[in-house]
Design a protein around this ligand. Structure first.
Ligand SMILES: C[S@@+](CC[C@H](N)C(=O)[O-])C[C@H]1O[C@@H](n2cnc3c(N)ncnc32)[C@H](O)[C@@H]1O
Length: 226
């Protein structure tokens, strides 16, 4: 089994329990609160901050083309898209099972401006400079080929467009590093090598004209302009 297959299998299983994942990522269940505190060292205020910071670069009246990769269950972004009826949104994920949750959520919210595409961030099925904004939440720590993922997300973004999001950053919070190494990597949810805040900033500066990186505990949040 290749690492690609292992990751797909792990997220297939997680996708079948989409509501458990949603409770964890949004801190809305007891399990979510426990894992947020224990593994990520986040209280309610910090937990809300990383999500707000990661989504802040999306303008409130955005009406251009937006690619979200990976969309996962869509729990963090479907409410945002509900407030952007003029945006042309494309959501991509490797895992049909994770994305099925996002599709159901979009249908329940009657969102008609979203296209769902199953695919690999390392080989995006879009032409160069197709999108005004590329959003990536909690994906880069999971992607098996980081170089290809950074290259592809940049390739499909228009000049002057914004690339923003967040993911796990190593070396910021020892407890998180321990759990990532001993739990998330063996389970296939995260795949090394991981960026530090410094290596991420250096990598993004090699691709983008303007770069801003900051962290909330072990969550790295970035905004770049191409
Ligand atoms: C932790 S989830 C994040 C989902 C969502 N963005 C969120 O923040 O809740 C990671 C997602 O990355 C997807 N993924 C992993 N490798 C991928 C790849 N090579 N291409 C596209 N998606 C991938 C998984 O299927 C999974 O849905």
């Amino acid at each position: 089994m290749t690492r690609h297959d292992e990751i797909r299998q792990s997220y297939k299983e997680l996708g079948e329990f989409g509501n458990v994942y949603d409770g964890i990522i949004t801190r809305s269940t007891l399990l979510g609160k426990l894992l947020d505190s224990l593994i990520w060292g986040l209280d309610r205020e910090r937990s809300a901050r990383w999500i707000e910071d990661a989504l802040a670069p999306v303008p409130a009246d955005f009406s251009g083309s937006l690619l979200e990769v990976p969309v996962g269950t869509g729990v963090l972004t479907m409410p945002l898209y509900a407030s952007l009826p003029k945006a042309d949104v494309t959501c991509l994920d490797y895992s049909a099972d994770m994305m099925e949750n996002a599709k159901k959520r979009a249908a329940a919210m009657k969102l008609s401006n979203i296209a769902f595409v199953q695919g690999d961030v390392g080989a995006l099925p879009f032409a160069d400079e197709s999108f005004d904004l590329v959003l990536s939440l909690n994906g880069f720590h999971a992607f098996p080929d980081k170089d290809a993922a950074f290259r592809e997300t940049c390739r499909v973004l228009k000049r002057g467009g914004v690339f923003c999001g967040c993911f796990y950053i190593a070396g910021r919070f020892p407890r998180t590093d321990w759990f990532v190494k001993h739990m998330y990597v063996p389970k296939g949810f995260f795949t090394p090598p991981f960026e530090t805040a410094e290596s991420l900033e250096a990598r993004l500066r090699g691709l983008y004209a303007k770069v801003d990186v900051h962290t909330v505990r072990a969550e790295g949040i970035f905004k770049c302009v191409k």
